[in-house]
Ligand binder design. Structure first.
Ligand code: ADP
Length: 268
């Protein structure tokens, strides 16, 4: 099936460095049963944010990494053959609706079109999930919250959320953290000391300035953490940067050379 995990909310909240008031906004949305849409580039902390808030609020969390083959049935559930019998098995969305959990649909625009149809009755004040296959109409248990994320940066007109779907959600825009916040995050996540992390973050800022010119996407916080972790384990700085912060960004030899020149200018 799809990549899906369930985390119990009672676990200690994973570290999350807020960008602005997103934690307060999440809390209000959770209290008022409002669905939430997180917009922003990949690797900037959206998934970590949801995990942090779920743990803080003590709600179980179902995370589904959406992909272009993910259908409504993957979320809702299906009949499966078990020991010669056909039994109904709930999907992650149905489980979240029954249990009053948070369901996080990561990169929701990647999923098939039929998924948005399922989300509509759940995102208005009916808060119901019709399950056509079993004839059930589930009312969401108290605590159920739908959170979805998408990356508006991808230049694909077909893969954007329709206004009729988008306008059902409160939305928060995420971007890469401010320099000092990002340094703190990378230090904490990688274990590399601050004066070795800061130049990596500075380089990332320069690489992000190239977005839209030579690069489709800027380097993510995740990739800086990878580079810092390689360096902490003893890899030479330039090698770590190449593997973690340059190669993942481009396949074009000329662009790559341009990025390497930027590395030399920053570290040389
Ligand atoms: P996204 O869901 O936006 O693609 P993630 O939440 O998976 O990104 O973030 C990637 C990694 O970057 C996380 O695993 C975490 O280590 C780190 N990270 C990014 N932003 C933050 C933040 N604000 N606080 C703590 N860690 C962060």
């Amino acid at each position: 099936m799809n990549a899906q995990t369930k985390l119990e909310g009672a676990a200690k909240a994973p570290f999350y460095q807020p960008q602005t008031d997103e934690c307060e906004l999440f809390e209000v949305a959770a209290k008022q049963d409002l669905p939430l849409l997180l917009k922003g580039p990949t690797g900037c902390g959206k998934t970590r944010f949801v995990a942090h808030m779920a743990a803080k609020l003590g709600r179980p969390l179902y995370t589904v990494a959406c992909h272009d083959d993910l259908s409504a049935a993957d979320l809702i559930g299906r009949y499966l053959l078990k020991g010669g019998e056909t039994v109904w098995v709930d999907g992650p969305l149905t489980r979240a609706v029954r249990e009053g959990a948070i369901c996080y649909l990561d990169e929701v625009v990647e999923a098939r079109k039929d998924v948005t149809v399922v989300l509509h009755p759940l995102t208005d004040d009916r808060r119901i999930l019709p399950i056509d296959r079993t004839g059930e109409e589930l009312e969401a248990a108290p605590g159920f919250m739908l959170v979805a994320s998408y990356n508006p940066g991808y230049q694909n007109i077909l893969k954007t959320l329709k206004p009729s779907t988008r306008q059902r959600f409160l939305s928060i825009e995420f971007d890469f953290p401010a320099m000092d916040h990002e340094v703190a995050i990378v230090v904490r996540e990688s274990g590399l000391d601050e004066n070795r992390v800061r130049p990596l973050v500075r380089l990332a800022a320069k690489l992000r300035d190239l977005k839209g010119q030579d690069l489709e996407e800027g380097v993510s916080t995740r990739l800086i953490i990878y580079a810092a972790s390689l360096i902490r384990d003893g890899m030479p700085v330039e090698r770590a940067i190449l593997a973690a912060m340059i190669e993942p960004l481009t396949d074009d030899a000329d662009v790559k050379q341009g990025l390497l020149d930027l590395v030399t200018a920053t570290f040389g």
